[in-house]
Design a protein around this ligand. Structure first.
Ligand code: ARG
Length: 587
């Protein structure tokens, strides 16, 4: 395991050193290096520095060039315009760096120097309810963020804060008591997720109907909530049946999503029950929360309703019931104090932003979120239908996530079948699933989380454009070339001159580690998706301009090109893997 500094950081260092050598009195200065179309890099920092020291920028630039001296990384440095530097690297430096990356199974991506502990709250469906596209977003973005952070060396604790508590359970449990066989399944029979959800649905609808029409049932249901909260064993056992039944369903959906969710990480709202009293007591004793109209509330100067009156965070309702806020505050105490988190991430719909703002602020005032602890909501936007409105069925109902996934798999299978030459039906089904699920995940991950996006299956499974299918084909094509190469193995040849498309591909490959670091620091998986898309685009241009297995190529050119595409494939595989997307060997 060896981390490989990027060429950009190498050049940056050389320039910074040369700047200091040329201008010792200036102290450390930033050469402001960036990729450029004219050369490989452009440094713009000299201008500002010269201005500051009232010198001539072009002269200073020339001095810097002198101070850099002979080396085997920089081929050419040219002073241009008012005092920019255009920098071209040697081909050898590019291939040598890539060879160092290829020699490392982490592709040269360093582990962070001081990794911490992040607790990430994602994939949080609700018990006895169908999963919809919002749950898709949390699951997909959260899983990608988890993988990316772990890859950088961070310790990540997953928390699936499922909605498994609340007044609706009084109604459900009471109904089950009065209709005891409604959740029964045939002895020994394997229950599918679909079956589990349909019996939960049936029960939900029936109990809701009774609750709305029968005052006496309503009263019994209310008493049942009290019994549940008081921990009455029979009530709790029935509640557990709802949770277990729902988990069968959740797991079937996560499975379809090709996503591993572990049981101990499912700690729903109910998991913090025993802390709620204490949380309220501590808030009240410290004066962070006050009683207002019988409820326990926290007020904020900058949170007001349309009428100008303050809108408090209600920690305990006037009837004594706890809500979402009490649970989330207790979860913060647990995650920071017991799990040792220094970062808390919540992958939750942007429409809950005010809730989290108030919860975080309350926890800060209470001292549960100290200075060393960061709390962020990785807020995501809404999934829209083709009409630009929140995604609904034609009947105006929320779309079932499973239906969407099935449709994506169908469409993707059709695409795979059309392209397939030597695939069996079974292989088409398997690839279709990998392509379809990949397409859904990629569409979600390739726009910045905060933005809304349109759920457009035709676009998602298109072979051209910014789609996972395009990336998967890029990967599979490389594998096919490698198979055709047979005995000829990839090998780096730093002595060779590179074609422009090879250099561009190589320089992009070299940015993988920096991209990962950036994505991990800013919680922006869409930047990884963008990087991978650019990588595949560089590869397409490379194919246009450079033949890999041509008989006209000298053997070392074939080896070197195989080396380039092989490293591209490994980078695609690693990157896509972090996003939770498969890269089939053949498509
Ligand atoms: N179950 C909630 C929903 O479906 C999301 C839970 C978010 N996490 C949290 N700690 N509040 O919207």
């Amino acid at each position: 395991m060896a981390s490989v500094p990027s060429l950009a950081s190498d050049v940056h260092q050389r320039l910074a050193d040369a700047l200091t050598a040329a201008l010792p009195e200036a102290g450390p200065a930033d050469p402001l290096l960036r990729r450029s179309d004219r050369a490989d890099f452009q440094a713009n920092g000299i201008l500002a520095l010269a201005k500051k020291l009232k010198g001539n920028p072009r002269e200073l630039a020339a001095q810097v060039v002198d101070a850099i001296g002979e080396n085997d990384v920089l081929k050419e440095i040219e002073v241009s315009g008012p005092g920019f530097l255009n920098i071209t690297l040697t081909d050898g430096a590019i291939v040598r760096t890539l060879a160092a990356r290829a020699a490392d199974d982490r592709l040269g991506v360093p582990l962070r120097d001081h990794p911490g502990t992040t607790v990430i709250d994602y994939a949080q469906p609700n018990v006895a309810k169908e999963m919809h596209v919002g749950h898709l977003r949390s699951a997909v973005i959260g899983a990608a963020m988890t993988e990316i952070l772990e890859f950088t060396g961070e310790t990540v604790v997953r928390r699936h804060h499922i909605g498994d508590w609340g007044t609706q359970f009084g109604m459900l449990i009471q109904y089950l008591i009065e209709h005891p066989h409604e959740l029964d399944h045939q002895e020994g029979a394997e229950v599918s997720g679909e079956e589990a959800m349909s019996s939960l649905n049936r029960l939900y609808k029936a109990s809701r109907a009774l609750f709305d029409s029968d005052e006496e049932f309503k009263a019994r249901a209310r008493d049942r909530v009290v019994a549940l909260q008081a921990g009455d064993p029979e009530t709790r056992a029935l509640w557990q049946r709802f949770v277990d039944e729902s988990k069968i369903y959740f797991y079937s959906v996560f499975d379809k999503l090709d996503m591993e969710i572990r049981d101990p990480d499912i700690v729903g709202e109910s998991g913090y029950n025993d802390m709620l009293d204490e949380t309220c007591r501590l808030l009240e004793e410290s004066g962070v929360a006050v009683r207002s109209e019988g409820a326990l509330c926290v007020f904020f100067d900058d949170v007001k309703g349309p009428d100008g009156n303050p809108v408090p965070l209600i920690v305990r309702k006037s009837n004594g019931g706890y809500g979402y806020a009490a649970t989330d505050l207790s979860a913060i105490r647990d995650r920071v104090q017991r799990l040792g988190a220094d970062t808390l991430i919540y992958v939750v719909d942007a429409r809950q932003s005010l809730h989290f703002k108030m919860v975080f602020e309350t926890a800060r005032r209470a001292g549960w979120l100290g200075e060393g602890v960061k709390a962020v909501q990785l807020a995501f936007g809404t999934v829209l239908g083709s009409d630009g409105k929140p995604f609904k069925t034609r009947e105006g109902e929320t779309v079932r996530l499973v239906d969407l996934l099935d449709e994506a798999i169908d469409r993707a299978s059709a695409v795979v079948r059309e392209k397939a030459r030597d695939l069996t039906d079974e292989e088409i089904a398997e690839r279709g699933t990998q392509v379809g699920i990949g397409a859904v995940k990629y569409a979600d991950l390739s726009t910045s989380a905060a933005r809304d996006y349109k759920f457009d299956l035709d676009q998602m499974v298109s072979l051209n454009g910014d789609t996972s299918v395009y990336l998967q084909y890029a990967y599979a094509r490389i594998q096919s070339i490698k198979r055709k190469a047979g005995e000829v193995r990839p090998k780096a040849h730093p002595e060779l001159a590179l074609a422009p498309a090879e250099r561009a591909l190589g320089l992009h490959l070299d940015q993988f580690a920096e991209t990962i670091a950036e994505v991990a620091a800013a919680y922006e998986p869409h930047k990884l998706a963008a990087y991978l898309y650019q990588l595949a685009s560089h590869l397409t241009r490379f194919y246009d301009q450079c033949q890999v297995l041509s008989a006209e190529n000298p053997p070392e050119v074939v080896e070197n090109r195989l080396f380039l595409i092989d490293l591209t494939a490994r980078t695609l595989h690693q990157g896509m893997g972090l996003l939770g997307i498969r890269t089939p060997e053949r498509l």
